[in-house]
Ligand binder design. Sequence first.
Ligand code: FES
Ligand SMILES: [Fe+2]
Length: 444
Amino acid sequence: MNDREKTMLSQEKNDALTKVGPETPGGQVLRQYWIPAALTEEVSGERRIAPVTLLGEKLVLFRNDEGALGLIDRRCPHRGVDLCYGRLEDNGLRCPFHGWNFGVDGQCLEQPGEPEGSTAFEKIKAPSYPVVEKNGIVFAYLGSGDAPEFPNFDCFRAPEGHVFSFKGHWNCNWLQALEVGIDPVHASFLHRFLEDEDPSDQYGKQFRDTAADTNIPITAVLRDYPRPDIHVDKTEYGLRLTTLRHLDNGMTHVRVTNQVFPCAITIPMSSTMNITQWHVPIDDENCFWFTMFTSFEAPVDKEKMRAQRVSENTGDDYRPKRNASNEYGFDAAEQATLTYTGMGTDINVHDQWAVESQGTIRDRRLEHLATSDKAIGAHRQLMRQAMNRLEAGEGLANFLSDLPPRDVTGPVALDAVAVTDDHEALWREKDGERRAACAWDAVL
Ligand code: FES
Ligand SMILES: [Fe+2]
């Protein structure tokens, strides 16, 4: 077997990793975890009903009169119409076809067109899934059996005012969306700025800070040192990536990022803010990124951040304005002078082009993985191990670690600069300093 044959995937293996339906091995792994289903804002306000398509399943999310959330099958159990057109009445979701009313657990509460005194409604229940709200995101558990506990990540522990959550649609399979986030070298190319921006205008933007304890813009570090050493370690939550760039001044730039199994990443956004981003399958060929921006310092300016994100959308649909239909706003003159892609300064657009232009499901028989893709290989290996465990009838409760979820914390994500090669001691120290200065971390 040559090197190429060792890394290329057969169609069968690619299908197993990418397909998300309930009977598929990859879909079953994803169903063992809490995954984002919607933003809280989608079920707030007047009409608290949102269509949700998750892992290929067509569902409806609604909030009843008491404020409780329900996630149930979108087809009415009576004759199958779409309950997204329902009415919020009498503490339930009422079907407009014959008025059957459903509670948040899917139980039918009333059949107002049936004979007086009928109790047939008691035997009717729409399929439903548990949901939990965390800092602006509604998480759902689509697996069977008891849902796992939530890990004690910073994005969940931080007070509501320190977390801003948003989402966006990408027209591709979830796995290639995730894989752009665990490939540290792409930041040196795809997100390269030919000139460094004024860091004072950095709020809400990635890579616009200066490298820790230096005046060197991160954009310059990424641009000038494109061949990092990448270390990938298995952890209690997934994978930790440590990316080292050895600078000309003898120091080492350390960037710690994470793959949170199965479908999320946690990365630094700036010296005071982290991003935890889930790549959530809508179906096999579409996904949403759901992001929690978590501030370790001041509360987040949610209005400003929301305005930034919304200005990039076509409307209220979380679809990006720049997309394949308008060539992502590609401008050859800009590519010559300002950005590596010629697609503007929003790095989300760069990532979107990188993942969508591979085709909706990347044919991994054709790929040639390189040294810089080692975390991608490690993550696929974790996915395969998880699939094998489920096939063998074992659960995933202690798949990565025997630690109880409340003891799974962090993950640490930051940029730092070291004079030594002891990068682990360095990022642990920097993380300790940040936590000591973080008002909410000390309180919680
Ligand atoms: S189809 Fe919904 S009540 Fe008849
Ligand atoms: Fe990126």
